[in-house]
Design a protein around this ligand. Structure first.
Ligand code: WTA
Length: 683
């Protein structure tokens, strides 16, 4: 991460002029209040939402210090609400039923649809009734494996309406990954779709889901229903598809029904299930600390963690961060490109915008299909004013130069957000100057699946920004930097990025494993939530997140643990041992560099390399496919057997500046590894 560009960019005037928070003085005043009197600060915000019952106990209660006992976090004890009611009924009752909730834009530009808040409420109630009729009750887990279509939003809100817990699995995950997550959650229902086009690629979601269901069945986890959206008949197939499903005529829809395998007794078509069902379904009034959803994120042991969020605090935090970070106003059109299968989609495609009664674009496709100007075309079409994407997408599009952007009038844009990984100053500048025409505010938002919403971010009407810095903490968030001994680094300096107290949107536990929650986030530094990231504070107090300092890596904004990939590799019979590290990558940020030690009698052939790459794809998903695979006759281990990954990271980039390797059991292995490096550009 460059420490270079410390140029300061003031908020765009047109943003500051109308902003909810339009100066650093106002930010500081609000921030101070949020820390001094969280009850007054969040209590005022809570008044904008519907609570069926008000707080009866403590407004906030917590323990962050593991040496004093169990870690817990509770907000608004005794209050009752329903987040689906707050996303839909509240607006419809206020006369906003005809307002557009989503402009759905398909993978193919020929496909588009508009859906209002009123229409969504009806469809959500129908699906909620379908789930109830199947016996899904408060607290039950429902797995969702779907493309970016309005039914995905409907599904999650329907689950929330009846007090069940949604567990959404990103549509790019493999059958094994889906099965693991369904088993861990003991999901009783799965909601999916027949298939989806992503660019020119067909993803047969139901087929993958069926494979996952077989695994669940074999492990005796009973799934009561697989609810399937018939999506393919409504969408245009790619023109030059070679797999037989497309027909070369973009006006023709894809015929896919005959390709869908059917398990009678389990599978139910969505459109048939909702046909004669009432569009009225009273919400289940939930305790604020009842679970809302779980979302799996990589863990350093290799087994994913079910990050659990609860209803009340998450609701306040999603709504408030959305409002302030994007400086949302009613005439905005907002477009977040993240898939709902990730936390960014949960909080900033569905809940945050809908709690604010916003109008958003919901995009099914990819940035480069059918052409590299697809984002800009969409922004122009809907006059998008607030845009939120990832550095990896910005870098990928930057490669094509300025012209594809300049072709479209995208002057409606006023706030541009970035999320998922540190944004390099070069990408920041391109985003600002070329996409934003130097007339926007940039919000580089730092947060995690665990934090529920933005925790460090500029506010677009207030914060003078520095390219590459996430700037300052959001309301209610108290940042500290700690050194290796847990001593606080005050003022300028670098350290572990930690938080001293809870904000409403922080996760509450790891599903089914509270001990893992405590160990992962609270054990290293008693009294603090530990992010796993490192950060630097500059002389002006700006926070610069430098990236993960644990065994996690970030590929195109997707977190993976090295252990997860290693365990996939060693499942191959030819592999005795493996070690995986991150290597910097110009577009993805980081990519996977894998070292494999082979079992006796195996050769490191091209065929084996392909098999190993495929192993990772099937165990995890295509986005985790390794870029580099190298033979390691041995791994650099200390005498106690610990792999010295620092050395492997150096070998991966061809750097001989190892530092001290005297603690290695066999220092000569380093040179051997060097000799086995694959040629640049070759895996
Ligand atoms: C990284 C995504 C620097 C970080 C919302 C974090 C970032 C991990 C930023 C969480 C940013 C996310 N600057 N790093 N603006 N945003 N990260 O759980 O390493 O998928 O810990 O949540 O992404 O990834 P997750």
């Amino acid at each position: 991460m460059s420490h270079g560009n410390e140029q300061i960019f003031n908020p765009a005037e047109r943003v500051a002029k109308i902003s909810h928070c339009s100066s650093m003085e106002q930010y500081k005043q609000m921030y101070d209040k949020s820390l001094k009197d969280p009850e007054a600060f969040w209590g005022d915000i809570a008044k904008n939402f519907h609570f069926e019952q008000n707080v009866t106990g403590k407004f906030m209660d917590y323990n962050f210090d593991i040496s004093k006992g169990k870690i817990f976090i509770r907000w608004m004890e005794g209050a009752k609400t329903n987040i689906c009611y707050n996303c839909l009924d509240r607006h419809v009752l206020a006369g906003k039923g005809d307002q557009v909730a989503f402009y759905w834009e398909g993978n193919d530009p020929a496909d588009a649809e508009v859906v209002t808040y009123g229409e969504l409420l009806k469809e959500v109630c129908r699906v909620a009734n379908v789930l109830k009729a199947k016996g899904v009750a408060k607290g039950d887990r429902v797995a969702i494996y779907m493309p970016m279509i309005k039914e995905l939003v409907v599904a999650m809100l329907a689950v929330a309406r009846i007090g069940a817990v949604h567990s959404i699995v990103f549509g790019g995950y493999s059958a094994d990954s889906l099965a693991d997550r369904m088993l861990d959650a003991q999901a009783s229902v799965l909601i999916t779709a027949d298939a989806v086009w992503r660019g020119a690629k067909l993803i047969a979601l139901k087929e993958i889901a069926d494979d996952a269901l077989k695994v669940c069945q074999a492990k005796n986890v009973k799934v009561k229903m697989s609810l399937v959206v018939q999506h393919m008949k409504n969408v245009t197939a790619p023109q030059a598809s070679s797999n037989g499903t497309a027909n070369g005529n973009p006006s023709k829809k894809t015929h896919f029904d005959d390709k869908v395998g059917w398990n009678s007794g389990l599978d139910v078509w969505w459109h048939e299930a909702v046909k004669d069902v009432s569009s009225d379904c009273p919400p289940e009034w939930m305790d604020t600390e009842d679970p809302l959803f779980m979302l799996y994120t990589s863990g350093s042991t290799g087994k994913p963690k079910g990050v659990l969020h609860t209803v009340g605090g998450y609701m306040l935090y999603a709504a408030t961060t959305f409002k302030y970070t994007f400086d949302y106003h009613p005439d905005d059109v907002y477009f977040c490109t993240a898939d709902i299968g990730w936390i960014t989609g949960h909080t900033y495609v569905t809940y945050g915008p809908m709690l604010n009664n916003a109008t958003s674009v919901l995009f099914e496709g990819v940035p480069t299909y059918p052409h590299i100007g697809r984002f800009w075309e969409i922004i122009k079409k809907y006059k998008v004013s607030k845009f939120y994407t990832a550095p990896t997408a910005i870098r990928a599009l930057m490669k094509f130069g300025d012209e594809p952007v300049k072709k479209y009038d995208i002057s409606s844009l006023s706030v541009l957000g970035s999320v998922g990984e540190p944004i390099n100053p070069e990408a920041w500048m391109w985003y600002y100057q070329i996409v934003g025409d130097s007339n926007v505010s940039i919000a580089d938002t730092f947060w995690q699946t665990e934090t529920g919403g933005h925790v460090i971010t500029p506010l677009p009407g207030a914060t003078p920004t520095k390219p590459g810095s996430a700037c300052f903490p959001f309301f209610g968030v108290e940042v500290a930097l700690l050194d290796d001994e847990g001593k606080e680094v005050k003022g300028e300096g670098e350290g572990y990025l930690v938080f001293r107290r809870p904000w409403p949107g922080i996760m509450r536990t790891v599903y089914g494993n509270h001990e893992r929650f405590e160990t992962t986030y609270f054990k290293k530094f008693p009294g603090f939530y530990c992010t796993g990231d490192g950060a630097r504070r500059d002389k002006d107090g700006y926070i610069w997140v430098t990236g993960r300092i644990d065994d996690m890596l970030n590929v195109s904004g997707h977190l993976l643990s090295t252990a997860q990939v290693e365990s996939a590799l060693v499942e191959h019979p030819a592999v005795a041992e493996s070690a995986v590290v991150a290597r910097p990558h110009a577009v993805k940020g980081e990519c996977l560099y894998c070292y494999v030690t082979l079992a006796e009698g195996n050769d490191f052939t091209e065929k084996l390399i392909v098999e190993l790459r495929n192993k990772v794809r099937t165990k995890i998903g295509a986005f985790a496919t390794p870029d580099y695979m190298q033979l390691a006759p041995g791994l650099p281990k200390t005498r106690s057997g610990k792999i010295m990954r620092r050395v492997l990271r150096k070998v991966a980039v061809g750097d001989r500046d190892f530092g001290d390797i005297s603690t290695l059991a066999d220092p000569s292995i380093v040179e051997v590894l060097f000799q086995h490096r694959p040629k640049e550009g070759k895996v």
